[in-house]
Design a protein around this ligand. Structure first.
Ligand code: UDP
Length: 454
């Protein structure tokens, strides 16, 4: 292996950012490069990584004992991460060089713009990786350029985008008082120093967001590299153990698969709100009874902090045969299973792309951040599902959950949605095949920055 074939991947340390970076690393590894994923020491100590072909290393966010929860606030976390991260990334780059594996290309999460500075000090090529959709990134670019006045109170018409109502925008933009100013700052800061990086990579499939990607390509040379899903799922093959990825929580794979195996094709509603969303007890209850009244089997991920919000007796009544309630699922395996006919999702970007790429129709129940925009596209642009309507005050009632699940699984447009889902699945699969849009971009990066022939 030539010395210059090492690519280092630096994710932001949460599930939805680690997964796509790990999978991107696997694509480089599959082309014969050494790929190393370096999450934080805390993550590496507490997670269950099965990274397969990707090496692991770690940097520090300054909170090695308890990670983010130790910090108290997002801004305190990011400040310390920048200091400790810069220092330990510097150390890691030196160690790798001393071990005969000098890093050639540093791919860093756009939430960590300082990493690019460290890489450049070492003379490396740097690539900023944007984890969210091209659409959402383009919206933030327009905010940074002063083309959107905050808070947004009326529909906006912006270059490269369809007309968007306030409810279609990332949650930070229409809020009268931004409830999460540090998050808004973090997403807008992703574009800081972008002119200094060699490459801008986006976690999407060009064909899914054509106009948005074309705009970003012209504006900053952005390249799509998704879907960041192991190809074997796109090919309908079963994973080997080493393909399970990097779960921060332990899924009971055998239990979920055995339960799904016992259900007829396209009969199951899979429900997951990702790794961070927290529903109110009232919303959890409406969701629970909404699922119950569909009469369909459901596999519902209720993370342990959320379990106390389930209505009393619900898990006992539904949690074995009609339903399976788990604290964490092997989501890709679940979505790839023939028994799953609908995905009730918070529309986190990874979950949305996973549903689309595995051909599963969606019911969008967006909570915050980029999720409302992803849900808008699910319903109106890709036409692979519906998004729920909220009551005044924000609650989604059980009747609405039931209506949406029925619409997607048996309504007048369900056939069309399923056909669209299959179409996007084919496009996503083609993007990561030889000569596909994303695979060509990766081959181009390797040809440009690494000695290894792509
Ligand atoms: N995921 C999983 N098991 C679960 C729930 C989620 O493996 O029970 C994975 C999912 O496949 C996705 C990631 O966790 O890759 C969640 O990312 P997403 O962007 O959808 O949501 P976030 O957690 O960032 O809100």
């Amino acid at each position: 292996m030539a010395n210059s074939d090492h690519v280092l991947f630096l994710p932001y340390p949460c599930q939805g950012h680690i997964n796509p970076m790990l999978q991107l690393g696997k694509r480089f590894a599959a082309r014969g490069l050494v790929a190393t994923l370096a999450p934080t020491r805390f993550i590496l100590r507490t997670a269950r990584p099965e990274p397969g072909t990707v090496r692991l290393a770690a940097i520090s966010d300054g909170f090695d004992q308890a990670g983010y929860t130790e910090a108290g606030s997002v801004s305190a976390y990011l400040d310390r991460f920048e200091q400790a991260g810069s220092r330990t990334l510097d150390d890691l780059l030196r160690t790798e060089a001393a071990a005969g594996r000098p890093v050639r290309l540093l791919v860093f999460d756009a939430f960590l713009p300082w990493a690019g500075d460290v890489g450049r000090r070492h003379g490396l090529a740097t690539a900023s990786f944007l984890t969210q959709s091209a659409t959402v990134n383009l919206i933030y670019c327009h905010v940074n350029a002063g083309r959107i006045e905050l808070p947004v109170r009326a529909a906006v018409e912006l270059p490269g985008l369809p007309r968007l109502e306030p409810r279609d925008l990332p949650s930070y933009l229409p809020e009268l008082i931004c409830l999460y100013p540090a998050y808004l700052e973090m997403v807008l800061n992703q574009f800081k120093n972008l002119e200094k990086v060699d490459e801008v990579l986006i976690n999407t499939v060009h064909e899914l967001e054509r106009e948005e990607m074309d705009y970003l390509k012209r504006a900053c040379g952005a390249k799509s590299v998704g879907p960041t899903i192991p190809s074997l799922y796109l090919d309908n093959r079963l994973p080997s153990d080493s393909d399970y990825g990097f779960h921060l929580f332990a899924p009971d794979v055998a239990l979920c698969m055995a339960w799904l195996d016992s259900k007829p094709p396209a009969s199951v509603v899979y429900v997951s709100f990702g790794s961070m969303s927290a529903l109110s007890p009232e919303q959890t209850s409406e969701l629970a009874f909404g699922l119950a009244s569909t009469g369909k089997p459901f596999l519902w991920v209720v993370r342990s902090p959320e379990a106390t919000k389930l209505p009393r007796g619900f898990a006992e009544e539904y949690g074995a045969e009609r339903g399976l309630i788990v604290a964490w699922s092997p989501q890709l395996e679940v979505l790839a299973h023939a028994a799953v006919g609908c995905f009730v999702t918070h529309c986190g970007w990874n979950s949305t792309v996973e549903g689309l790429s595995l051909g599963v129709p969606l019911v969008g129940v967006p909570q915050w951040t980029d999720q409302p925009t992803n849900a808008k596209y699910v319903e109106d642009v890709w036409e692979v599902g519906v998004r729920v309507r909220r009551e005044e005050g924000g609650l989604v009632r059980r009747k609405e959950i039931e209506r949406c699940v029925r619409e997607v699984m048996e309504g007048g447009r369900s056939g069309e949605m399923s056909r669209n889902a299959v179409k996007w699945r084919e496009l996503a699969k083609a993007a990561v095949e030889e000569k596909g849009s994303s695979e060509e971009n990766i081959a181009g990066l390797i040809a440009k920055y690494c000695n290894q022939k792509a």
